[in-house]
Design a binder for this molecule. Structure first.
Ligand code: GLN
Length: 538
Protein backbone atom coordinates (compact mmCIF):
# COMPACT_ATOMS: atom_id res chain seq x y z
CA UNK A 1 0.00 0.00 0.00
CA UNK A 2 1.18 3.54 -0.81
CA UNK A 3 1.91 6.10 1.88
CA UNK A 4 0.37 9.53 1.45
CA UNK A 5 1.81 12.98 2.08
CA UNK A 6 -0.65 15.89 1.89
CA UNK A 7 0.82 19.33 1.33
CA UNK A 8 -1.34 22.29 2.32
CA UNK A 9 -0.62 26.00 2.44
CA UNK A 10 -1.50 28.73 4.90
CA UNK A 11 -1.46 32.48 5.51
CA UNK A 12 -1.06 33.55 1.87
CA UNK A 13 -0.90 31.97 -1.57
CA UNK A 14 2.27 31.81 -3.70
CA UNK A 15 4.36 30.38 -0.86
CA UNK A 16 5.80 27.71 -3.12
CA UNK A 17 3.74 24.64 -2.22
CA UNK A 18 4.44 23.24 -5.68
CA UNK A 19 8.19 23.62 -5.36
CA UNK A 20 8.01 22.30 -1.79
CA UNK A 21 6.14 19.20 -2.95
CA UNK A 22 8.50 18.72 -5.88
CA UNK A 23 11.55 19.10 -3.63
CA UNK A 24 10.19 16.58 -1.12
CA UNK A 25 9.59 14.27 -4.07
CA UNK A 26 13.21 14.74 -5.10
CA UNK A 27 14.74 14.00 -1.69
CA UNK A 28 12.58 10.89 -1.30
CA UNK A 29 13.47 9.74 -4.81
CA UNK A 30 17.13 10.19 -3.97
CA UNK A 31 16.55 7.70 -1.12
CA UNK A 32 15.57 5.13 -3.71
CA UNK A 33 11.80 5.47 -3.16
CA UNK A 34 9.31 5.52 -6.01
CA UNK A 35 7.20 8.65 -5.68
CA UNK A 36 4.26 10.15 -7.48
CA UNK A 37 2.97 13.70 -7.22
CA UNK A 38 -0.47 15.10 -7.79
CA UNK A 39 -2.29 18.39 -7.46
CA UNK A 40 -5.83 19.05 -6.28
CA UNK A 41 -7.21 22.35 -7.57
CA UNK A 42 -10.27 23.75 -5.85
CA UNK A 43 -11.60 25.80 -8.80
CA UNK A 44 -14.72 24.72 -10.66
CA UNK A 45 -13.20 24.66 -14.15
CA UNK A 46 -12.74 21.07 -15.29
CA UNK A 47 -9.17 21.93 -16.24
CA UNK A 48 -7.16 25.14 -16.61
CA UNK A 49 -7.24 24.83 -20.42
CA UNK A 50 -10.07 27.31 -20.79
CA UNK A 51 -8.59 29.89 -18.39
CA UNK A 52 -6.78 33.07 -19.28
CA UNK A 53 -3.08 32.82 -18.32
CA UNK A 54 -3.52 35.94 -16.20
CA UNK A 55 -5.98 33.97 -14.07
CA UNK A 56 -4.02 30.84 -13.71
CA UNK A 57 -0.54 31.07 -15.20
CA UNK A 58 0.74 28.56 -17.72
CA UNK A 59 -1.24 25.47 -18.66
CA UNK A 60 1.14 22.54 -18.36
CA UNK A 61 0.56 19.73 -20.85
CA UNK A 62 1.35 16.15 -19.90
CA UNK A 63 2.65 13.47 -22.24
CA UNK A 64 -0.84 11.93 -22.44
CA UNK A 65 -2.37 15.28 -23.41
CA UNK A 66 -3.97 16.55 -20.20
CA UNK A 67 -4.09 20.33 -19.71
CA UNK A 68 -2.99 20.73 -16.12
CA UNK A 69 -1.79 23.03 -13.41
CA UNK A 70 1.71 24.44 -13.76
CA UNK A 71 2.81 22.70 -10.57
CA UNK A 72 2.89 19.46 -12.55
CA UNK A 73 5.76 21.09 -14.41
CA UNK A 74 7.68 21.50 -11.15
CA UNK A 75 7.01 17.84 -10.30
CA UNK A 76 8.47 16.69 -13.62
CA UNK A 77 11.44 19.06 -13.44
CA UNK A 78 12.47 18.10 -9.90
CA UNK A 79 11.83 14.35 -10.06
CA UNK A 80 11.92 11.57 -12.61
CA UNK A 81 8.15 11.20 -12.59
CA UNK A 82 5.91 11.81 -15.57
CA UNK A 83 2.44 13.18 -14.86
CA UNK A 84 -0.73 11.99 -16.52
CA UNK A 85 -4.35 13.12 -16.55
CA UNK A 86 -4.77 11.34 -13.19
CA UNK A 87 -2.29 13.67 -11.50
CA UNK A 88 -4.44 16.80 -11.51
CA UNK A 89 -7.85 16.71 -9.85
CA UNK A 90 -10.17 19.73 -9.92
CA UNK A 91 -13.48 20.49 -8.22
CA UNK A 92 -14.93 20.73 -11.74
CA UNK A 93 -13.94 17.13 -12.56
CA UNK A 94 -15.21 15.83 -9.24
CA UNK A 95 -18.63 17.48 -9.51
CA UNK A 96 -18.87 16.56 -13.19
CA UNK A 97 -18.50 12.88 -12.32
CA UNK A 98 -20.81 12.96 -9.30
CA UNK A 99 -23.55 14.88 -11.12
CA UNK A 100 -23.42 12.59 -14.19
CA UNK A 101 -23.71 9.62 -11.86
CA UNK A 102 -26.69 11.19 -10.09
CA UNK A 103 -28.40 11.84 -13.47
CA UNK A 104 -27.91 8.21 -14.42
CA UNK A 105 -29.66 7.23 -11.20
CA UNK A 106 -26.61 5.45 -9.77
CA UNK A 107 -27.21 6.76 -6.24
CA UNK A 108 -30.56 4.96 -5.91
CA UNK A 109 -32.58 7.78 -4.39
CA UNK A 110 -29.99 9.09 -1.93
CA UNK A 111 -29.39 12.78 -1.23
CA UNK A 112 -26.03 13.70 -2.78
CA UNK A 113 -23.84 15.62 -0.35
CA UNK A 114 -20.34 17.04 -0.08
CA UNK A 115 -19.63 14.45 2.62
CA UNK A 116 -19.53 11.59 1.67
CA UNK A 117 -20.20 11.80 -2.09
CA UNK A 118 -17.85 14.59 -3.12
CA UNK A 119 -15.16 13.59 -0.61
CA UNK A 120 -15.41 9.94 -1.71
CA UNK A 121 -14.94 10.95 -5.33
CA UNK A 122 -11.85 12.99 -4.33
CA UNK A 123 -10.46 10.03 -2.37
CA UNK A 124 -11.14 7.64 -5.25
CA UNK A 125 -9.28 9.89 -7.65
CA UNK A 126 -6.28 10.19 -5.31
CA UNK A 127 -6.21 6.41 -4.79
CA UNK A 128 -6.56 5.79 -8.52
CA UNK A 129 -3.61 8.08 -9.27
CA UNK A 130 -1.61 6.31 -6.54
CA UNK A 131 -2.43 2.89 -7.94
CA UNK A 132 -1.73 3.74 -11.57
CA UNK A 133 1.68 5.19 -10.64
CA UNK A 134 2.74 2.18 -8.59
CA UNK A 135 4.47 4.64 -6.23
CA UNK A 136 5.47 3.89 -2.66
CA UNK A 137 4.89 7.48 -1.60
CA UNK A 138 2.23 9.72 -3.12
CA UNK A 139 2.48 13.46 -2.57
CA UNK A 140 -0.83 15.26 -2.85
CA UNK A 141 -0.64 19.03 -3.01
CA UNK A 142 -3.86 20.86 -2.20
CA UNK A 143 -4.20 24.16 -4.04
CA UNK A 144 -5.39 27.36 -2.41
CA UNK A 145 -4.95 28.39 1.20
CA UNK A 146 -6.35 26.77 4.32
CA UNK A 147 -9.53 28.62 5.23
CA UNK A 148 -10.75 29.02 1.61
CA UNK A 149 -14.32 27.79 1.14
CA UNK A 150 -13.39 25.98 -2.08
CA UNK A 151 -10.63 23.85 -0.63
CA UNK A 152 -12.66 22.46 2.29
CA UNK A 153 -13.84 19.22 0.58
CA UNK A 154 -10.23 18.43 -0.40
CA UNK A 155 -9.00 19.03 3.15
CA UNK A 156 -11.79 16.88 4.55
CA UNK A 157 -10.85 14.11 2.11
CA UNK A 158 -7.21 14.48 3.19
CA UNK A 159 -8.28 14.19 6.83
CA UNK A 160 -10.23 11.02 6.10
CA UNK A 161 -7.12 9.37 4.64
CA UNK A 162 -5.55 9.03 8.08
CA UNK A 163 -8.84 7.68 9.41
CA UNK A 164 -9.03 5.16 6.54
CA UNK A 165 -5.38 4.10 6.40
CA UNK A 166 -4.00 4.89 9.85
CA UNK A 167 -1.77 7.71 11.02
CA UNK A 168 1.43 5.82 10.18
CA UNK A 169 0.54 5.81 6.52
CA UNK A 170 -0.41 9.45 6.13
CA UNK A 171 1.62 12.59 6.75
CA UNK A 172 0.56 16.23 6.67
CA UNK A 173 2.96 18.98 5.59
CA UNK A 174 1.86 22.57 6.00
CA UNK A 175 3.65 25.38 4.15
CA UNK A 176 3.34 28.64 6.02
CA UNK A 177 4.67 32.17 6.16
CA UNK A 178 6.80 33.45 9.01
CA UNK A 179 7.08 37.15 8.25
CA UNK A 180 9.74 39.58 9.37
CA UNK A 181 8.23 42.87 10.45
CA UNK A 182 10.73 45.55 9.62
CA UNK A 183 9.64 48.35 11.95
CA UNK A 184 9.48 45.99 14.93
CA UNK A 185 12.64 44.16 13.77
CA UNK A 186 10.93 40.93 14.69
CA UNK A 187 9.98 37.62 13.17
CA UNK A 188 6.32 36.87 13.82
CA UNK A 189 4.91 33.41 14.37
CA UNK A 190 1.26 34.38 14.91
CA UNK A 191 0.13 33.95 11.27
CA UNK A 192 1.50 30.40 11.37
CA UNK A 193 -0.24 29.70 14.67
CA UNK A 194 -3.54 30.90 13.20
CA UNK A 195 -3.11 28.91 10.04
CA UNK A 196 -2.32 25.72 11.92
CA UNK A 197 -5.26 26.49 14.21
CA UNK A 198 -7.58 26.61 11.19
CA UNK A 199 -6.16 23.32 9.95
CA UNK A 200 -6.72 21.70 13.34
CA UNK A 201 -10.34 22.90 13.38
CA UNK A 202 -10.82 20.82 10.25
CA UNK A 203 -9.25 17.87 12.04
CA UNK A 204 -5.77 17.92 10.52
CA UNK A 205 -2.75 18.17 12.81
CA UNK A 206 0.28 18.94 10.63
CA UNK A 207 3.33 16.74 11.19
CA UNK A 208 5.77 19.03 9.43
CA UNK A 209 5.82 22.80 8.98
CA UNK A 210 7.70 24.35 6.10
CA UNK A 211 8.30 27.93 7.20
CA UNK A 212 8.83 30.42 4.40
CA UNK A 213 10.96 33.23 5.71
CA UNK A 214 13.27 36.02 4.57
CA UNK A 215 15.49 35.63 7.62
CA UNK A 216 16.95 32.64 9.44
CA UNK A 217 14.74 31.21 12.17
CA UNK A 218 16.45 31.09 15.56
CA UNK A 219 16.18 28.00 17.78
CA UNK A 220 13.93 30.07 20.01
CA UNK A 221 11.50 30.89 17.19
CA UNK A 222 11.46 27.23 16.10
CA UNK A 223 10.70 26.19 19.66
CA UNK A 224 7.86 28.68 19.88
CA UNK A 225 6.34 27.45 16.60
CA UNK A 226 6.80 23.87 17.74
CA UNK A 227 5.04 24.51 21.06
CA UNK A 228 2.14 26.57 19.77
CA UNK A 229 1.52 24.40 16.72
CA UNK A 230 2.05 21.04 18.41
CA UNK A 231 4.73 19.99 15.91
CA UNK A 232 8.06 18.36 16.83
CA UNK A 233 10.84 20.94 16.93
CA UNK A 234 12.95 19.19 14.29
CA UNK A 235 9.90 19.11 12.04
CA UNK A 236 9.81 22.92 11.93
CA UNK A 237 11.72 23.37 8.69
CA UNK A 238 13.20 26.67 7.65
CA UNK A 239 12.63 27.52 4.00
CA UNK A 240 14.47 30.76 3.46
CA UNK A 241 14.27 32.71 0.17
CA UNK A 242 16.95 31.41 -2.19
CA UNK A 243 18.64 32.50 -5.40
CA UNK A 244 17.65 29.34 -7.28
CA UNK A 245 14.62 27.13 -6.66
CA UNK A 246 16.84 24.14 -7.37
CA UNK A 247 18.60 24.72 -4.01
CA UNK A 248 15.48 23.73 -2.11
CA UNK A 249 15.90 19.93 -2.11
CA UNK A 250 19.39 20.49 -0.70
CA UNK A 251 18.14 22.85 1.99
CA UNK A 252 15.50 20.29 3.00
CA UNK A 253 18.09 17.55 3.02
CA UNK A 254 20.34 19.59 5.30
CA UNK A 255 17.48 19.73 7.80
CA UNK A 256 17.03 15.94 7.48
CA UNK A 257 13.50 16.28 6.20
CA UNK A 258 13.86 12.95 4.36
CA UNK A 259 14.74 11.23 7.67
CA UNK A 260 11.76 12.80 9.43
CA UNK A 261 9.41 11.55 6.71
CA UNK A 262 10.92 8.07 6.58
CA UNK A 263 10.78 7.64 10.34
CA UNK A 264 7.12 8.76 10.40
CA UNK A 265 6.33 6.07 7.84
CA UNK A 266 8.68 3.59 9.54
CA UNK A 267 10.44 3.09 6.23
CA UNK A 268 14.05 2.09 5.87
CA UNK A 269 15.91 3.00 2.70
CA UNK A 270 19.39 3.57 1.35
CA UNK A 271 21.16 6.76 2.32
CA UNK A 272 20.59 9.81 0.25
CA UNK A 273 22.54 11.04 -2.76
CA UNK A 274 22.07 14.58 -3.98
CA UNK A 275 25.67 15.21 -4.98
CA UNK A 276 24.99 15.17 -8.74
CA UNK A 277 22.09 17.58 -8.34
CA UNK A 278 24.28 19.90 -6.30
CA UNK A 279 27.20 19.76 -8.71
CA UNK A 280 25.38 19.69 -12.04
CA UNK A 281 22.43 21.92 -11.29
CA UNK A 282 22.80 24.12 -8.20
CA UNK A 283 26.47 25.02 -8.51
CA UNK A 284 26.08 25.85 -12.17
CA UNK A 285 22.91 27.86 -11.62
CA UNK A 286 24.55 29.92 -8.89
CA UNK A 287 27.98 30.56 -10.39
CA UNK A 288 27.80 30.92 -14.18
CA UNK A 289 30.73 32.33 -16.17
CA UNK A 290 28.75 34.14 -18.85
CA UNK A 291 25.62 36.23 -19.14
CA UNK A 292 23.28 36.47 -22.08
CA UNK A 293 20.09 38.47 -22.62
CA UNK A 294 17.10 36.92 -24.35
CA UNK A 295 13.97 38.83 -25.32
CA UNK A 296 10.74 36.99 -24.53
CA UNK A 297 8.12 38.55 -26.78
CA UNK A 298 4.68 37.77 -25.43
CA UNK A 299 1.36 39.16 -24.47
CA UNK A 300 1.30 37.94 -20.87
CA UNK A 301 4.72 39.22 -19.85
CA UNK A 302 3.25 40.95 -16.77
CA UNK A 303 2.81 37.60 -15.06
CA UNK A 304 5.91 35.43 -14.75
CA UNK A 305 3.81 32.29 -14.17
CA UNK A 306 2.24 32.65 -17.63
CA UNK A 307 5.49 31.41 -19.21
CA UNK A 308 6.76 29.32 -16.29
CA UNK A 309 8.18 26.38 -18.26
CA UNK A 310 9.85 28.71 -20.75
CA UNK A 311 11.58 30.63 -17.96
CA UNK A 312 12.74 27.34 -16.47
CA UNK A 313 13.87 25.95 -19.84
CA UNK A 314 15.96 29.06 -20.45
CA UNK A 315 17.50 28.65 -16.99
CA UNK A 316 18.29 24.99 -17.81
CA UNK A 317 19.86 26.05 -21.10
CA UNK A 318 21.91 28.57 -19.11
CA UNK A 319 23.08 25.81 -16.77
CA UNK A 320 24.10 23.72 -19.78
CA UNK A 321 26.08 26.64 -21.27
CA UNK A 322 27.59 27.99 -18.05
CA UNK A 323 25.59 31.18 -18.49
CA UNK A 324 23.10 33.29 -16.63
CA UNK A 325 20.16 33.93 -18.91
CA UNK A 326 18.67 37.35 -18.34
CA UNK A 327 15.17 37.60 -19.70
CA UNK A 328 14.02 40.87 -21.18
CA UNK A 329 10.24 40.75 -21.18
CA UNK A 330 8.90 42.47 -24.25
CA UNK A 331 5.20 43.16 -24.54
CA UNK A 332 4.31 42.27 -28.12
CA UNK A 333 1.88 45.18 -28.35
CA UNK A 334 4.66 47.62 -27.43
CA UNK A 335 6.81 46.62 -30.40
CA UNK A 336 3.95 47.58 -32.65
CA UNK A 337 4.49 51.15 -31.47
CA UNK A 338 8.29 51.33 -31.12
CA UNK A 339 11.28 50.64 -33.34
CA UNK A 340 12.54 47.06 -33.18
CA UNK A 341 16.15 48.32 -33.04
CA UNK A 342 15.40 50.11 -29.83
CA UNK A 343 13.41 47.29 -28.25
CA UNK A 344 16.05 44.66 -29.04
CA UNK A 345 19.04 46.77 -28.15
CA UNK A 346 21.52 44.58 -26.27
CA UNK A 347 19.53 41.41 -26.88
CA UNK A 348 21.31 38.25 -28.10
CA UNK A 349 18.31 36.08 -28.90
CA UNK A 350 14.58 36.45 -29.50
CA UNK A 351 12.01 33.95 -28.31
CA UNK A 352 8.37 34.11 -29.36
CA UNK A 353 6.20 31.79 -27.23
CA UNK A 354 2.73 30.32 -27.68
CA UNK A 355 -0.52 32.17 -27.30
CA UNK A 356 -4.05 32.70 -28.53
CA UNK A 357 -5.93 35.48 -30.31
CA UNK A 358 -4.96 38.35 -32.56
CA UNK A 359 -3.89 40.91 -29.96
CA UNK A 360 -0.13 41.42 -30.10
CA UNK A 361 0.35 39.31 -33.24
CA UNK A 362 1.67 42.10 -35.46
CA UNK A 363 4.28 42.90 -32.80
CA UNK A 364 5.42 39.28 -32.71
CA UNK A 365 5.68 39.31 -36.50
CA UNK A 366 7.74 42.49 -36.34
CA UNK A 367 10.08 40.88 -33.77
CA UNK A 368 10.53 37.82 -35.98
CA UNK A 369 11.28 39.99 -39.02
CA UNK A 370 13.93 41.76 -37.00
CA UNK A 371 15.49 38.42 -35.95
CA UNK A 372 15.40 37.03 -39.48
CA UNK A 373 16.84 40.10 -41.20
CA UNK A 374 19.47 40.85 -38.56
CA UNK A 375 20.49 37.22 -38.06
CA UNK A 376 19.61 37.31 -34.37
CA UNK A 377 19.13 33.79 -32.96
CA UNK A 378 15.39 33.05 -32.91
CA UNK A 379 13.27 30.35 -31.35
CA UNK A 380 9.53 30.24 -32.08
CA UNK A 381 7.19 28.06 -30.07
CA UNK A 382 3.72 27.07 -31.28
CA UNK A 383 2.09 30.44 -32.01
CA UNK A 384 5.69 31.63 -32.38
CA UNK A 385 6.07 29.25 -35.32
CA UNK A 386 2.75 30.31 -36.80
CA UNK A 387 3.85 33.96 -36.62
CA UNK A 388 7.16 33.07 -38.27
CA UNK A 389 5.20 31.46 -41.10
CA UNK A 390 3.00 34.55 -41.54
CA UNK A 391 6.04 36.82 -41.45
CA UNK A 392 7.91 34.83 -44.06
CA UNK A 393 4.85 34.50 -46.30
CA UNK A 394 4.32 38.26 -46.28
CA UNK A 395 7.92 39.41 -46.56
CA UNK A 396 9.67 36.70 -48.57
CA UNK A 397 6.96 34.91 -50.58
CA UNK A 398 5.07 38.02 -51.66
CA UNK A 399 1.85 36.81 -50.02
CA UNK A 400 1.09 40.20 -48.50
CA UNK A 401 -2.27 39.22 -47.09
CA UNK A 402 -1.06 36.01 -45.50
CA UNK A 403 -2.59 35.27 -42.12
CA UNK A 404 -3.85 32.55 -39.81
CA UNK A 405 -7.57 31.82 -40.03
CA UNK A 406 -7.55 32.12 -36.23
CA UNK A 407 -7.10 35.87 -36.70
CA UNK A 408 -8.73 36.35 -40.12
CA UNK A 409 -11.14 33.55 -40.95
CA UNK A 410 -11.41 34.61 -44.61
CA UNK A 411 -7.71 35.42 -45.12
CA UNK A 412 -6.69 35.57 -48.79
CA UNK A 413 -3.65 33.45 -48.02
CA UNK A 414 -4.49 31.21 -45.04
CA UNK A 415 -0.94 29.98 -44.45
CA UNK A 416 -2.05 28.74 -40.99
CA UNK A 417 -5.48 27.12 -40.87
CA UNK A 418 -7.58 24.38 -39.34
CA UNK A 419 -7.38 20.83 -40.61
CA UNK A 420 -10.69 19.08 -41.33
CA UNK A 421 -10.97 17.25 -37.99
CA UNK A 422 -10.66 20.53 -36.02
CA UNK A 423 -13.35 22.28 -38.10
CA UNK A 424 -16.10 20.05 -36.72
CA UNK A 425 -15.31 20.80 -33.08
CA UNK A 426 -17.81 22.87 -31.10
CA UNK A 427 -16.69 22.42 -27.45
CA UNK A 428 -13.55 24.38 -26.62
CA UNK A 429 -12.39 22.44 -23.54
CA UNK A 430 -9.81 19.68 -24.08
CA UNK A 431 -10.26 19.51 -27.86
CA UNK A 432 -7.02 20.94 -29.25
CA UNK A 433 -4.21 18.75 -30.61
CA UNK A 434 -2.91 17.83 -27.18
CA UNK A 435 -0.05 15.81 -25.77
CA UNK A 436 2.88 13.98 -27.30
CA UNK A 437 3.08 13.21 -31.00
CA UNK A 438 5.97 11.72 -32.94
CA UNK A 439 7.94 13.90 -35.31
CA UNK A 440 10.35 12.77 -38.03
CA UNK A 441 13.39 14.97 -38.50
CA UNK A 442 15.06 15.60 -41.82
CA UNK A 443 18.70 14.59 -41.99
CA UNK A 444 21.25 17.35 -42.62
CA UNK A 445 18.97 19.95 -41.09
CA UNK A 446 19.60 22.26 -38.16
CA UNK A 447 16.94 20.31 -36.25
CA UNK A 448 18.91 17.10 -36.83
CA UNK A 449 22.07 18.77 -35.59
CA UNK A 450 20.23 19.94 -32.49
CA UNK A 451 18.45 16.69 -31.62
CA UNK A 452 21.00 14.25 -33.02
CA UNK A 453 18.24 11.84 -34.00
CA UNK A 454 15.51 11.23 -36.53
CA UNK A 455 12.54 10.40 -34.35
CA UNK A 456 11.40 12.62 -31.50
CA UNK A 457 8.23 13.02 -29.44
CA UNK A 458 7.08 16.43 -28.33
CA UNK A 459 4.00 17.80 -26.59
CA UNK A 460 1.37 19.85 -28.36
CA UNK A 461 -1.40 22.28 -27.47
CA UNK A 462 -2.89 24.05 -30.48
CA UNK A 463 -5.72 23.91 -33.02
CA UNK A 464 -4.17 25.49 -36.09
CA UNK A 465 -1.55 23.98 -38.40
CA UNK A 466 0.69 24.99 -41.26
CA UNK A 467 -1.32 24.90 -44.49
CA UNK A 468 0.46 22.38 -46.74
CA UNK A 469 -0.76 24.18 -49.88
CA UNK A 470 1.99 26.71 -49.31
CA UNK A 471 4.89 24.35 -48.72
CA UNK A 472 6.45 24.63 -52.19
CA UNK A 473 6.32 28.45 -52.16
CA UNK A 474 8.11 28.55 -48.81
CA UNK A 475 10.74 25.98 -49.79
CA UNK A 476 11.58 27.98 -52.90
CA UNK A 477 12.41 30.97 -50.73
CA UNK A 478 14.66 29.13 -48.28
CA UNK A 479 12.45 27.63 -45.58
CA UNK A 480 13.30 24.06 -44.63
CA UNK A 481 10.49 21.90 -43.29
CA UNK A 482 12.75 19.88 -41.07
CA UNK A 483 10.21 18.12 -38.84
CA UNK A 484 7.00 16.39 -39.93
CA UNK A 485 4.34 14.40 -38.07
CA UNK A 486 4.36 11.49 -40.53
CA UNK A 487 0.88 9.98 -39.98
CA UNK A 488 -0.86 13.20 -40.95
CA UNK A 489 1.89 14.96 -42.88
CA UNK A 490 1.74 17.99 -40.59
CA UNK A 491 4.57 20.51 -40.31
CA UNK A 492 6.21 20.39 -36.89
CA UNK A 493 9.51 22.25 -37.40
CA UNK A 494 10.56 25.00 -39.76
CA UNK A 495 13.99 26.54 -40.08
CA UNK A 496 15.79 29.02 -42.25
CA UNK A 497 18.87 28.48 -44.38
CA UNK A 498 21.65 31.06 -44.13
CA UNK A 499 20.85 32.13 -40.63
CA UNK A 500 22.85 31.16 -37.50
CA UNK A 501 19.78 29.95 -35.57
CA UNK A 502 16.29 30.45 -36.87
CA UNK A 503 14.06 27.60 -35.84
CA UNK A 504 10.39 27.41 -34.93
CA UNK A 505 8.32 24.49 -33.78
CA UNK A 506 4.60 23.75 -33.67
CA UNK A 507 5.00 21.95 -30.34
CA UNK A 508 6.06 23.02 -26.84
CA UNK A 509 9.59 21.80 -26.07
CA UNK A 510 9.52 23.76 -22.80
CA UNK A 511 7.48 20.98 -21.18
CA UNK A 512 10.32 18.50 -21.57
CA UNK A 513 13.33 20.47 -20.39
CA UNK A 514 14.95 19.42 -17.12
CA UNK A 515 17.48 21.26 -14.94
CA UNK A 516 20.09 18.54 -15.42
CA UNK A 517 19.09 17.87 -19.03
CA UNK A 518 18.27 21.07 -20.87
CA UNK A 519 16.05 20.64 -23.88
CA UNK A 520 18.29 20.64 -26.98
CA UNK A 521 16.30 23.40 -28.75
CA UNK A 522 16.81 25.73 -25.78
CA UNK A 523 20.38 24.58 -25.13
CA UNK A 524 21.48 25.31 -28.70
CA UNK A 525 19.48 28.54 -28.79
CA UNK A 526 21.46 29.84 -25.82
CA UNK A 527 24.70 28.50 -27.25
CA UNK A 528 24.03 30.41 -30.45
CA UNK A 529 22.92 33.53 -28.55
CA UNK A 530 26.19 33.46 -26.58
CA UNK A 531 28.16 33.78 -29.78
CA UNK A 532 25.90 36.51 -31.15
CA UNK A 533 27.18 40.02 -30.64
CA UNK A 534 24.16 42.08 -29.62
CA UNK A 535 23.67 45.40 -31.32
CA UNK A 536 24.34 48.30 -29.04
CA UNK A 537 22.74 51.60 -29.84
CA UNK A 538 22.92 54.51 -27.53
N1 GLN B 1 -3.48 29.77 -31.07
C1 GLN B 1 -2.69 28.82 -31.81
C2 GLN B 1 -3.45 27.54 -32.08
O1 GLN B 1 -4.43 27.24 -31.41
C3 GLN B 1 -1.39 28.53 -31.06
C4 GLN B 1 -1.60 27.86 -29.74
C5 GLN B 1 -0.38 27.89 -28.85
O2 GLN B 1 0.55 28.67 -29.06
N2 GLN B 1 -0.36 27.09 -27.82
O3 GLN B 1 -3.08 26.81 -32.96
Amino acid sequence: MAKYIFVTGGVISSLGKGITSASIGRILESRGLKVSLMKCDPYINVDPGTMNPYQHGEVYVTEDGAETDLDLGHYERFTHTEGTRFNNVTTGQVYNTVISRERRGDYLGKTIQVIPHITNEIKDRVKKAAKSSGAEIVLVEIGGTVGDIESLPFLEAARQFSQDFGKDNVLYVHVTLVPYIKCAEEIKTKPTQHSVGTLREIGIQPDILICRTERPLSAEIKEKISLFCNVQKEAVIEARDVASIYQIPIIFKEQVLDEIILSHFKLISKSSELKDWERNVVEKALHPKHTVTIALVGKYTGLQDAYKSIHESLAHAGIANDARVEIKKVDSEDIEKHSAEKVFNGVSGILVPGGFGYRGIEGKIKAIRYARENKVPFLGLCLGMQCAVIEFARAACGLHEANSTEFKPKAKHPVISLIAEQRKIKDMGGTMRLGAYPCRIKKNSLAYKIYGRILIRERHRHRYEFNNKYRAAFQKKGIVFSGIYPQKNLVEIIELKNHPYFIAVQFHPEFKSRPDKAHPLFREFIRSALSHQPSAIS
